[in-house]
Design a protein. Sequence first.
Length: 534
Amino acid sequence: MKKNILLALLSGGLLAGSWVTYGFTALIFIALVPLLLMELRVRTRYQHTKRKVFALSYLAFLVWNVPTTWWIWYSTQIGAVFAILANTLLMTITFLLYHLVAKRLSTKVSLIFLVCIWLSFEKFHLWWDVSWPWLNLGNVFSEQITWIQWYEYTGAFGGTLWVWLVNIVLFIGIKDYLSDKNRPLLAKRVGGATLLFAVPVLISYFQYQNYSEEGKKTIKAIALQPNIDPYQEKYDFSNAKVAQLLVQLAEVKMDKEVNFIVTPETVFADNVKLQELPYTQEVAILRTLVYRYPQLNWVGGTAMIEFITDKARTTLQSNYLPQYNIWYNDYNSAFLLNSRPEVPLYHKSKLVVAVENFPYQQVLKPILGETLINLGGTVALKTTQPERTAFAGVGTEGKAAPIICYETIYGEFVTDYIKKGANFLAILTNDAWWRNTQGHKQLLSYTRLRAIETRRSVVRSANTGISAFINGRGEVLQTLPYGVQGSLKGTIALNEEVTFYVRMGDYLARIAYFLAFFIFLSAVVKRRGLLSKN
């Protein structure tokens, strides 16, 4: 049993050691082999195996989850514990399903099921109410952009598939060697795994060298980084005072060729009534700059509120104030300000669990009550919108995708902005809640995946950093360090082309759903057949 524990610990350690912004990425291609060997040992040497596989795989995934996402603790201690333990549990259940199938079906079929059920799990983790896809395996390559230029065809699920295939080939080689000591066969398997690693890298490198943004239309943009501490200062600053600071930061880099200014998520933290934003003091202050530069388009973030007296107009996302017998919708929004009188809005629609979103509230709300910890404004459930929005500028052909913070990690979700006509990504975020840890670094890194998948350049404005410009190859062109107040100015390309991934979305996961269902069904049927014979 000690060997099994060591294998579980080794697998978890390799997974953690491969992760984004601090690890050695190539470790991911051997990280799952010990886990597979552990499962094989338990399955073939013990009679009662489910609990053992569950406990050992939980240990492995816990060792992976803790060092990679511990920084959530800085924003919510209870949320951090829940996120780590729950995500570990979901990974464990997924792997346990593989174990159950492996006991009934052939090695080849059960390993196909493992790949499919893991892809299905990752897809499920992108859309359900307790969504937390931070550790989806395809994210691990966000720092190795020369390896994954083909994400424009597969999305991050292509990376997950790649990781599992290489690990499985190595696992089969070791398994066969342990049974028959056939060194030539082992060498053949290792060679196959090496080839399986090298070919996608070579294809990607060819794409990287041949992808060019020359000849594409461009815009000049400014990303502002006000560096307002949300724990000390943010909610003590009036919106008007923040607006004055933003104008000061913008004027340092402003000229007549600048088309867009991008500012952080909820930079106006004092709730603005939904219908009154165009007439507020903060917007009037921003307009002083817009009127001087008629070609300027200002994309910013604000907390918004909408009061409702008619219960018939409420939704499941509406909040109730019993002392006033009134409801309200609370928004984490992006706005577009330019020479036009109207101010278009977009409301953040991928929400942080137990922070902006109360999962399955009809069941859980009577048990847990109203307590939510909000990372972006008022303590309340946020209201979303059903479709994405593209902000079309004036005096330019630029159309911004206003992506707010957590939405960055959702690949197929981001493609919906492109389908609405966006030709560059404007990311508004406030990563200060995690302090100076790997959290904000990883979120910036994941942005590079979205750039490659959509072939869209990125203007990223982060409250305390790291603000950045990223091109369509996923290269970070310039950054403003964490904890520094200032602004960035750069030129980015506009891309009207639509990638295969934008058109097809997470098709690999949808295929995996189909295959996983039928393989699992065949395992169930086979078990029933065996039981009926007995």
